[in-house]
Design a protein around this ligand. Structure first.
Ligand SMILES: CC(C)(COP(=O)(O)OP(=O)(O)OC[C@H]1O[C@@H](n2cnc3c(N)ncnc32)[C@H](O)[C@@H]1OP(=O)(O)O)[C@@H](O)C(=O)NCCC(=O)NCCS
Length: 471
């Protein structure tokens, strides 16, 4: 029965992918596999030896090819533009934005299964795509939803660990502490202590990553309900998909909010490997710290205002703007407010990026969501006005490399529209989503046997000596 079901699913998927092949050359086409199509773990097991061979061949044939020159500027300026990291799940183009395994956000919206036809992609589908490089069908995504649900039980001590913190602690502190408390269940740590060959590392990493992804919505919603809703906990609803259930446990059941959460979790999941949170997880994981330790470290990076905390900063900044000038703000008042922010030594939150040089497609798809579902929301209108006012001012400054909005410029007003208005909590939502990208890549890090990360550092003295000699 399972065999016939998987054959039917396979042929349906093959014909769909064959149809896509004309327009999307970068998707890896489904190969005939000896294992069931619905079994994600088995699919990976099939793929890993092939990918290990690819990496070996790449190293043997092209290992000595140069990838650009490292300049002193790059060393001093936070390694900007320096290629130095393998990250399989996604790739960022400065002009075009993110591609998840070759697919842009609009392509993901078109191709990944949705809860209902024409709806936003289900994050489980993205997880499947990031792990396998293949577009899953609805049956596969539903199976993965069920698998995540079966892994979602959070041990009681995790809640007690969070309770040990003052309720006033920042939500990200509470969330990261919860993740550290989850670590006591690490399968990787147990297996490593017992002793296992390197070829097996990916298996307990898979278990830990999937368990982590599955459990985070419960931990995150506990933090929310503890801080803002007097610890009135809402149990999970097993009839819902991953993102919808998360929204439900937070206390938001409006069908449009469920759609927003599906979109939100999908687009925040991964942004190639060099950003602070992804790179941190990769670095910590390279020491063979398990996925919980690696991801908790990533969350601490995400909690910085130049990275994930920017979504909190944007809404607080807009709210203080409204407090100062009212909702019917003129363009001149807006310009004055932006200049006032800059002159006080602050950055304009939600604008600029380390890699992107155009409007972030994650911003654009949220704007499209707003145009479809909340076109008259006054805060959305303000965000739209800022889109006109901020870029010319940042350009005028002369030093900002990217004056355009990023993902964080938009997310807060959408959440606020549906009642989730506690800005200090926003980065936790980002964190839940980011586990999907980081978890997927950590599995591949161990499957490919990537080594300890250890770049060379230099002192100013040694740089000066080197440059004088080289001159
Ligand atoms: C994202 C960010 C950290 C990228 O930093 P970066 O790669 O160093 O960016 P740039 O190379 O363009 O920075 C050059 C200068 O412009 C400034 N700049 C960049 N974005 C700015 C912004 N939104 N507002 C004011 N100044 C900005 C930088 O602070 C830097 O100033 P300095 O030379 O005086 O230190 C930066 O654009 C920023 O701080 N943005 C606001 C915070 C934010 O939205 N973060 C979320 C990113 S997804």
């Amino acid at each position: 029965m399972v065999f016939f079901r998987s054959v039917a699913a396979l042929s349906k998927l093959r014909s769909r992918l064959a149809h896509q092949s004309t327009s999307l050359g970068s998707i890896r086409w489904l190969q005939v596999q000896s294992t069931s199509d619905l079994d994600l773990h088995a699919q990976l097991k099939d793929m890993i030896p092939e990918q290990q061979e690819c990496l070996k061949k790449l190293k043997a044939e092209h290992g000595k090819v140069q990838l650009g020159n490292i300049t002193v500027d790059m060393v001093i300026s936070g390694m900007r533009g320096m290629t130095g990291l393998l990250w399989e799940t996604s790739l960022l183009d400065p002009d075009e934005g993110i591609r998840f395994r070759g697919l842009s956000i609009p392509e993901c919206q078109k191709l990944l299964p949705a809860a209902s036809p024409g709806g936003e992609p289900l994050p489980e589908g993205l997880l499947w795509l990031l792990l396998t490089g293949k577009v899953p069908n609805k049956e596969q995504v539903d199976g993965l939803s069920a698998e995540l649900q079966s892994r979602a039980k959070v041990p009681e001590h995790v809640f007690r660990a969070i309770d040990a913190l003052p309720v006033t602690a920042h939500p990200m502190t509470q969330f990261a502490s919860g993740v550290m408390a989850l670590q006591v269940e690490s399968e990787f740590q147990k297996a490593y202590e017992k002793g296992m060959p390197k070829t097996k590392f990916w298996e307990p990493t898979y278990e830990d990553s999937m368990n982590l992804i599955a459990r985070l919505p419960t931990v995150a919603s506990y933090v929310y309900r503890r801080i803002y809703k007097d610890v009135q906990i809402i149990p999970a609803d097993s009839s819902l998909d991953y993102a919808a259930n998360f929204s439900h446990m937070l206390g938001f059941d409006d069908p449009k909010m469920l759609e927003l959460m599906r979109l939100y979790v999908t687009i925040h999941s991964d942004h190639e490997g060099g950003n602070v949170s992804a790179h941190t997880a990769h670095l910590v994981g390279s020491a063979l710290s398990d996925p919980y330790l690696s991801f908790a470290a990533a969350l601490n990076g995400l909690a910085g205002p130049l990275h994930g905390l920017a979504n909190q900063e944007v809404l607080l900044w807009i709210e203080s703007l409204v407090k100062e000038c009212g909702e019917d703000i003129t363009t001149d008042q807006l310009k004055d407010y932006v200049w006032k922010t800059l002159k006080s030594g602050k950055v304009v939150p939600g604008y600029g990026h380390g890699v992107l040089r155009k409007t972030d497609p994650r911003y654009t798809c949220q704007r499209e969501f707003a145009l479809k579902h909340l076109p008259d929301d006054p805060f959305f209108k303000l965000v739209s006005k800022l889109y006109e006012v901020v870029p010319p001012i940042l350009t005028e400054l002369g030093k900002v490399k990217n004056p355009w909005p990023n993902v964080d410029a938009h997310s807060g007003v959408l959440l606020k529209h549906f009642g989730l208005s506690e800005a200090r909590y926003f980065t936790v939502l980002f964190g839940v989503s980011r586990s999907i990208g980081i978890g997927s890549q950590l599995i591949w890090d161990r499957a490919l046997g990537l080594p300890l990360e250890r770049p060379k550092s230099v002192t100013m003295d040694s740089l000066r000596t080197y440059c004088t000699k080289a001159a």
